[in-house]
Structure formats: structure tokens, C-alpha cells
Design a binder for this molecule. Structure first.
Ligand code: GAP
Length: 445
């Protein structure tokens, strides 16, 4: 639990938003034209952070397991997919309009029956489908209508048989995908927490129907731990919250959310759901094709059940940023885990003198083979350290005049600001040890 007050935390969110813009993590889309509400662009540091999150998820979910494979399906799919999945019928929010100010609100978010903006009278609730509709080809009629996918999961269900055949997987096994999803959300807020275009990292894990509960528990445990073990998020800021029966999506028999304590309260980061065999059965029904799995060990045929883990890339990034953000009297620090930090090592010559610049650029080139590096020669050294602290670079290496004789440089730690003298040929090993050994900075040289 956080010890900071509500006001402090909300202030932190707005400070973080301005840091993200100033330092090139994330800023509003189309700002030149006044911006497009709730659409965000990731800048040079943001795109690196995003790539790290997706790479780490892919590594842990697909590459480090022999029971999961990946796909990268197209965003536009046959429109019948969304009829089968239930999204055409059920994926909507109840909306009301104010008859006075014309404002539009989610009926289930209102406390009274008057407009929260002007007190005016509201219309009866109407269902508003969240899928973006567009058209393929030149003619914009009903026959050419398609949707931008509101989740990446459906492509996994539609491709299930194809992937099972070509990958020769056996159940229990999973198919994973990372990609953009689109929802015409009515209320978007809290920076990148809820937007209309976002990315998801989804795993659909197929199991025998009598094995659902065991795998549901397994994935709850795996996914909650992933945020601490692979991304370094503090344990106390995460929790699992089981859904009430009334909250369950139309396809789910059970669901729990991984929640993070954001400045605006505990909120969903990821959903882990038991989708039963709802999706595969629906696609079999709507396509008229049989979708079945034959288990040659038991000799049984069945429609597999699915345990889904569905995480948002952008919400994970907001979580990492919030968790890492720290303001000290003298500096602002993003205490990123070294694995996710956009830049791992910054290299500086103490002064802009040719003999120092030459050694520093050569060292940076060597370190680049192993780490994500950055070279900076401008400003005094204290200011250069502060600039790196603010973007979360865990280590800085400074070349000074002694370096020309002792072939060593000063290695500095972002969090403790402690320093050690390390020879050039030991630098890669020393940074590696600093990442893995918490006692590295307290040990004498
Ligand atoms: N396939 C299941 C599914 O899509 P969901 O709970 O609607 O389930 C899963 O979404 C995750 O996707 C959420 O936990 C969240 O991280 C992310 N997500 C959903 N809507 C979002 C939005 N409008 N903006 C940003 N992320 C969103």
C-alpha cells in the first residue's frame, strides 16, 4: 500500500505526464494540430521502453517455454468473427446524452439522473458499440464493412486449428500474440491508462475441459509474479482481484484482474479469464466447420477450454513509470529495473577535450555490443548525471584524465549514487555484476 496521500499521488501523475513529454517518452498524438484526444505517441525513450516490455513478455511467454508458440495476425478480420465472438451483440456501454449541454456519459458511471456537467435532463440509456467500423475497398456499403479488432484474442481462436497442425503442439499448450487493439471508448482518461488505440499482449492457453481450474490457478500465480520478477514492480503495489459474477464478460466463467495501485486507485493491469470453450464453439457454429482436438493419449475428442491472460502494453508502461518515479530534494529519478531501462549505460568524457572524447567514444562503442548505451558530452558532469537519473539510466561511466594512464573509468550507480573505479577491460563484467549482485556497491574494490 502506498503511504502517499491522494493529492500527492495525483500531483505525481501530472508531474510524470510532463516528464514523459519533456524527455521524449510519451506525448499527445498530432499535437501540431492541437492533438487528438486520448491518442498518444511514444518518443525515442518511450519506444525503447515499450520494446523492452514486449520483448520481455515474449521471451517469458513464448521463447522460454516449449508449450507456447506465437502468431502475428492481421488487424482486420472477416466481420463474421465479431458476430461469433459476441462483440457485435454484447460489446457496448450504456450511454446517456444531456438534453441541455449535449454532453455524453456512461450511464453506469453516473450517480444521479441529472447531467454531472450542467444539471440538465438526460436521455434514456442507449447501447453504444465500442468497435470501430470501417470499409474495405472502394464501396462503403454494409457488405464491405469491417471492424478494427477490439482484442487480439479472436485471431488466435480463428487460427487455432492451423497453428496446432503446423506447430505439432499438444494440449495443454498456448498461442500468444502482441498487437494493436482499438476501442471507441467513451470516457478516456488518466494518460495512457485508457485510450482508443492500445496494444495488448495476450496468451490463449488451451486445456482439456476437466483441467480448467488447475490451469486457471497456475496462470494467476505466473502472471502476478511476472510483474515483480521480470519487470521489478514492487510487490506491495500489486494484487489479484477476483471478479464478481455481475462483472464477468459474456465469454468468461471466472476472471481475476492483476491490479496496480495507480494514483487514481487500484485498477486493472491485466485480466486472467477462464473462457471455457465458448470461443472455439462459437467459431465452429458460425463457420460451419468442426473445431475439435483429438487427444491420442486418452483417445478422446473434445473442444478445448481456454485460460486467457490478457495484458495491456500501455498500462504496463504506466505501471513501470509510476512505480519507478521518485522525487528527491536534489533530483528526480526513474528507478527502472536495469532490464527495462531504455538506456542501460551512459558514457561521458569529463570534459570536451579530444584525448578524453577519443577514449570515451571508443569505450561506448565497445559497451554498445552488450548494453543499450548513450553518449553525452555536453554540460557539467553533475548535470549529465541528473539528466540520466531522470530518464532512469542505471549506470554512468565517466572518463577523466587519470583514465588515460590507468585505463580505468568511474562507474556510477543511479540509485545509491555510489561510484567505483573499474578498468576498461573489466567494465562489461562489472556492469553485469552490478545488475545481478545487490552487494556490488558495498563491496570494496
Ligand atoms: N481478450 C480479453 C480482453 O481484451 P480486457 O479486460 O477487455 O480483456 C485486457 O482487456 C487488457 O487490455 C486490460 O487489462 C488492459 O490492460 C488493456 N486494455 C483494455 N482496454 C484498454 C484501453 N481502452 N486502453 C488501454 N488499455 C486497455
Amino acid at each position: 500500500m502506498s503511504e502517499k496521500s491522494d493529492v500527492q499521488q495525483k500531483l505525481e501523475l501530472s508531474e510524470l505526464v510532463s516528464l514523459c513529454k519533456r524527455r521524449g517518452f510519451i506525448f499527445q498524438s498530432s499535437e501540431l494540430y492541437g492533438g487528438l484526444n486520448s491518442c498518444w505517441d511514444y518518443g525515442p525513450l518511450g519506444v525503447e521502453l515499450k520494446r523492452r516490455v514486449k520483448d520481455i513478455w515474449w521471451r517469458d511467454t513464448v521463447q522460454f517455454r516449449n508449450d507456447v508458440v506465437g502468431i502475428d495476425a492481421s488487424i482486420l478480420m472477416h466481420p463474421r468473427v465479431w458476430e461469433a465472438s459476441g462483440h457485435v451483440e454484447s460489446f457496448h456501454d450504456p450511454m446517456v446524452d444531456c438534453k441541455e449541454c449535449k454532453g455524453r456519459f456512461r450511464a453506469d458511471h453516473l450517480e444521479g439522473d441529472k447531467c454531472p456537467e450542467c444539471g440538465g435532463e438526460l436521455t434514456e440509456p442507449r447501447d453504444f458499440n465500442l468497435m470501430f467500423k470501417t470499409h474495405v475497398g472502394a464501396v462503403a456499403d454494409d457488405a464491405s464493412a469491417v471492424y478494427l479488432r477490439p482484442e487480439t484474442a479472436q485471431a488466435i481462436f480463428v487460427d487455432f486449428e492451423q497453428v496446432m497442425t503446423c506447430s505439432r503442439l499438444r494440449i495443454p499448450c498456448g498461442i500468444a500474440q502482441i498487437g494493436k487493439s482499438f476501442r471507441n471508448e467513451v470516457t478516456t482518461r488518466y494518460f495512457i491508462f485508457r485510450s482508443r488505440e492500445f496494444e495488448q499482449m495476450e496468451l490463449e492457453f488451451f486445456v482439456a475441459p476437466d483441467d480448467e481450474e488447475r490451469w486457471f490457478e497456475y496462470w494467476l500465480d505466473q502472471r502476478l509474479n511476472w510483474y515483480t520478477s521480470s519487470l521489478g514492480i514492487k510487490k506491495g503495489s500489486l494484487r489479484l482481484r477476483p471478479h464478481e459474477k455481475t462483472e464477468l464478460a459474456h465469454y468468461a466463467k471466472g476472471c481475476s484482474d492483476v491490479e496496480f495501485l495507480f494514483p487514481f486507485g487500484w485498477s486493472e493491469l491485466e485480466g486472467i479469464a477462464n473462457r471455457t470453450n465458448f470461443d472455439l464453439s462459437q467459431h465452429a457454429k458460425f463457420s460451419g466447420k468442426k473445431i475439435e482436438y483429438f487427444d491420442d493419449l486418452s483417445g478422446q475428442k473434445f473442444v478445448p477450454s481456454v485460460i486467457e491472460s490478457s495484458a495491456g502494453v500501455d498500462r504496463t508502461i504506466l505501471t513501470i513509470l509510476m512505480d519507478a518515479y521518485d522525487v528527491e530534494p536534489e533530483r528526480t529519478v526513474l528507478r527502472f529495473h536495469p532490464d527495462v531501462a531504455p538506456i542501460q549505460v551512459a558514457v561521458f568524457p569529463l570534459m570536451k577535450k579530444p584525448e578524453l572524447v577519443e577514449v570515451a567514444t571508443k569505450l561506448e562503442k565497445d559497451l554498445r555490443k552488450q548494453f543499450r548505451t548513450f553518449y553525452d558530452v555536453t554540460g557539467n558532469i553533475g548535470r549529465r548525471y541528473r539528466r540520466q537519473d531522470e530518464i532512469g539510466t542505471p549506470y554512468c561511466v565517466t572518463i577523466d584524465y587519470d583514465s588515460l594512464n590507468d585505463h580505468s573509468a568511474t562507474l556510477r550507480d543511479r540509485d545509491s549514487m555510489k561510484q567505483k573505479r573499474v578498468s576498461f577491460d573489466q567494465m562489461i563484467a562489472a556492469i553485469g555484476e552490478a545488475q545481478s549482485n545487490p552487494d556490488f556497491w558495498s563491496q570494496s574494490q
